[in-house]
Design a protein around this ligand. Sequence first.
Ligand code: ZN
Length: 326
Amino acid sequence: MTQLFPWQQEIWQHVVTRVEQERLPHAVLLTGVAGLGKTQFAAKMAESLLCLATDKAFHACGLCHSCQLMLVGNHPDHLTIRAEEAGKSIKIDQIRTLKDKQSLTPSVAKWKTVIIESADAMTNSAANSLLKLLEEPQNNTILILTTNAVHRLPITIRSRCQQMHMATPEYSTTLQWLNSQDVIADVEQLQKISSLTQDAPFAIVNALASSEWQTYQQLQQDFEQLLQHRINPVQLTSQWQQLDLIKVMHQLLSICKTRLKQHYSGYAELNKSQQYWQIVDCIVDTIKLISSANNYNKTLLIENFMVSVMRIANTDPINQKSVISQ
Ligand SMILES: [Zn+2]
């Protein structure tokens, strides 16, 4: 059955208490940033509510008739509604299906459960249709709505649901979990990614696997090699030709800023900082050129940029290590 993640323990306990006190609301709105596993959590709630033999911690048994039906994704008392395609809306017809089902009494379990994933993707008419259901709650139906963007939901929907907020874990909890998942990344990588993903564990894992991040990694290596004069600029130019040059420049800017921060925090030698500032100037000039010109010669622009970076690196301590080692 669906597992619980370390940062979900507290909110799970909250659900368990509500169930024990028979105070579980008929509509729950599960909020929190993207990448915390809210969808899995909602599924776990539904499994436990439908299970015929939960344990003391309200975990589904995985063996009963109801659990077996959930495992094969064919439980007559459960419905999951989500946009048919990522990025698309949840349509009114999908909410109508839910209305038809809601009038039925549970056939296997005590409850009927409905999950609406990313409920903020509902069209206005779908939201209005759902509103009618929320206004006339059925005793035995539990609706679980999830959202990363609660502000996008109509206030009328929000006010009729009990909001449960899934908090983002402490960075140390995330690190521990990433280690347990054998996620390999160095400290600098993780810091960079964490700031881009609001520290949400699954968002970090997804970002590490994404092609954009891999491109960023490659860029970081290219840049390093360029500083050390260990790469052929012509070959590198042909690679960068394939990329969005504005994105490349912004990523290089971010790399330089990280380096500068390290210099000023005493992690690295201060005398390199002047050269990084010069490279920042080069990057800013290149961004200006790209932004102002309608038709620019991409090859020439990249080559000029590379020559400037190599010249700066050649005259100063950035390159010292490689000079000594050669
Ligand atoms: Zn069960």
